[in-house]
Structure formats: C-alpha cells, structure tokens
Design a protein around this ligand. Structure first.
Ligand SMILES: NC(=O)N[C@H]1NC(=O)NC1=O
Length: 174
C-alpha cells in the first residue's frame, strides 16, 4: 500500500491494517489516524513515535506489558500474534534447545520480577545469542533507563512492521 492509499483509509480499515504495528496496542493506530494526512512512511513512523513518547510512564509500561515473552508460553502454545510468531522464528527462538528454553525462561522471569514488565527487544535485528546476551546485560540497568531502552525496541519493531505494510515513497526512490 502506498501513502496515498494509507491516507484514504477510513479509521476502521486503518486500525485493521495498522492495529498491531505496536504489539496488541490498536489504540496507537486509532489515535494516530487523526494525524493524517501523512506525507510519507517516515511521517507515519514519526507520528506513532510521537504518540508513544507523549504517553505517561505508566502508559509506556502498559505497552511493554502486553508484549509476549520471547521463546515463552505463547510461542510454545501457538498463541502469538502472526507478527510476533514470524519475528521470533526469524531470530531462531522457535528452535532453541531445552537448555536454552530454560535459560530464557529463567532470565525472562528474573527481568520481569525486577522491572515489572517483560523484556522487549526487536527480535528481527538480533539472533538468539545476542538476545540472551542483551537480556543478561539489560537486567543490570537502572529502571527508568531500561524502560526507555525497551520502548526504543518497541519503536524498532513497529518500524519494521510498518515497512512490511507501506511501500516506500516514490520520492525516496529517486
Ligand atoms: N518480548 C519481545 O521482545 N517481543 C517482541 N519482540 C519482537 O521482535 N516481537 C515481539 O513480539
């Protein structure tokens, strides 16, 4: 879809198409619809990022809390969103050894117990080794810093999901 078509979508269709660019947060798409027309894909990305940045810290933590664990119960039970399933698969999280699954589960729990939200990282920009390494490293961060770090990852995931939905603008190709 090009940006002209994006701008012509009624809000119901806009939310159907973009409702999961931020995992399980269709309210983000519903909110930014009123910021149309978008001049480009980059403008749509910026509008979503601005909306997220303007949320209170509790809202940002809410966004983090609806993310599924990496290599967690939803992956094993087949209840991930299609987007998350694809991303976790690309990072190799669906082919972990039993020992790796246990290690991931232990670290995910430790992280969640410590921060009160799940560990979030853009799986497609990483692989299982890097994800485990980052999980251990970020456990040592101060809470406010880590919340910002995790929201930055949400933005990266969102950007890649949007790139899969909106064709680049013609002006960018010239
Ligand atoms: N917990 C977590 O990071 N989940 C997300 N990461 C990603 O790339 N897709 C997700 O669902």
């Amino acid at each position: 879809m090009d940006i002209v078509s994006v701008n012509s979508l009624p809000y119901e269709d806009f939310v159907d198409v973009f409702g999961n660019v931020v995992e399980k947060c269709p309210i983000v798409a519903a909110a930014v619809w009123s910021r149309r027309p978008f001049s480009s894909l980059a403008d749509l990305v910026a509008s979503i990022n601005d909306f997220i940045d303007a949320l209170p810290e509790s809202g940002k933590e809410g966004i983090l809390r609806v993310h599924p664990d990496l290599a967690g119960r939803d992956l094993q039970g087949g209840t991930l969103t299609p987007e998350s399933r694809e991303e976790q698969g690309q990072a190799g999280l669906d082919t972990l050894t039993t020992a790796e699954v246990s290690r991931m589960a232990r670290l995910n729990k430790e992280y969640k117990d410590h921060f009160g939200f799940p560990f979030v990282i853009c799986a497609r920009m990483n692989n299982k080794a890097k994800i485990l390494q980052q999980l251990e490293k970020r456990l040592g961060n101060e809470r406010a810093h880590e919340r910002t770090r995790a929201i930055d990852e949400v933005k990266k995931i969102c950007h890649l999901r949007l790139q899969g939905l909106v064709v680049p603008d013609r002006s960018n190709k010239l």
